[in-house]
Design a binder for this molecule. Structure first.
Ligand code: ADP
Ligand code: MG
Length: 293
């Protein structure tokens, strides 16, 4: 039989926009000692916008923006949308790419005006043989400001970069405090680079960061925390990328409108965008569940 206390907790949770997708979700959630939070869309608003465009050497800023927008024209990544929106706002027109390939968790490869173009994260560009030193350290500055920094390469040369910001949620700092006050370790996980990730983590008070994690490695990181560190892990995320990690975690929490696939993979669903819902649910779980047998 379902414990009455659990049903009562479910009612209170629902009033707070918290849905349990499995009967024992709160029971498991009570026992977590680590909460892993995805960066984009969980800690941040998930509405990336271009903050800065830089041309390197004699490459003009608008040309860098034009090339980046062309290469990203067919991409469905939120970072691509940010670049296209920015080009539109500045009335920079751009051609469709002749060839386009999306490289998951890394960037895009395209042919634009007969040139080979790469637009993506710096460590991927290095893997592709691009010498980033040509930029003279220009990439580190936006990264230290917490911007996701995307290099723009034509025919093997770094010609510029795009720094993309994403507002941190208003209640993020507070929520991280609530997590640590409850004796739980907050951990941030992201595909973004170390420097950007640490800048964001510092702003919200998170000390432990798993950065440069490819989409299909997020699950492995959760499993490692469980198996090697013996942690009972909650994972909070919103994206398609997060679904395997939500499933792997002892308790998966989908936040915001979330993608259907994230919701399917979660034990707890938070209807709103507020990060605080994570701890509202935890506090309700603490008080509502009573062992009846
Ligand atoms: P997250 O874990 O933050 O949700 P992803 O795993 O989708 O992000 O991507 C990780 C990183 O790869 C991004 O921060 C970005 O640097 C780079 N990247 C991925 N897709 C693109 C793209 N279409 N254009 C440029 N960069 C991209
Ligand atoms: Mg994400």
């Amino acid at each position: 039989a379902t414990p009455l206390a659990l049903i009562r907790g479910g009612g209170e949770a629902a009033r707070h926009g918290i849905l349990m997708r499995s009967g024992d979700a709160f029971q498991v959630y009570r026992d977590v000692d680590t909460i892993v939070l995805d960066k984009t869309g969980t800690i941040t608003e998930g509405e990336p916008a271009v903050d800065t465009v830089v041309g390197i050497g004699d490459h003009a800023e608008v040309d860098v923006l034009r090339t980046a927008a062309s290469a990203e024209a067919f991409s469905e990544h939120p970072l691509a949308d940010a670049i296209l929106d920015h080009a539109d706002e500045r009335d920079v027109s751009f051609p469709d790419p002749a060839v386009f390939e999306s490289v998951t968790g890394k960037g895009v490869r395209a042919t634009v005006d007969g040139e080979d173009v790469l637009v993506g994260k710096p460590d991927w560009l290095v893997e592709e043989g691009v010498d980033l030193r040509a930029g003279g350290g220009v990439i580190e500055d936006p990264q230290s400001r917490g911007l996701t920094t995307i290099g723009v390469v034509t025919n093997g040369d770094l010609v510029g970069l795009v720094g993309i910001g994403d507002e941190i949620k208003a209640d993020a700092w507070d929520t991280i405090q609530r997590i640590t006050d409850a004796g739980i370790d907050p951990v941030m996980i992201t595909g973004d680079n170390e420097r950007t990730a640490h800048a964001v983590a510092d702003e919200v008070g998170i000390g432990r960061v798993l950065a440069e994690v490819l989409p299909d490695e997020k699950r492995d990181e959760i499993r490692r925390l469980q198996d090697e560190e013996g942690e009972c892990v909650a994972m909070v995320g919103d994206g398609i990328n997060d679904a395997p990690a939500l499933t792997q975690a002892d308790i998966g929490i989908a936040i915001g409108a979330g993608t259907d696939i994230a919701i399917e993979s979660a034990g707890i669903v938070l209807m709103g965008d507020r990060l605080g819902g994570v701890m509202d649910a935890y506090e309700i779980a603490q008080t509502s569940y009573e062992k009846t047998r």
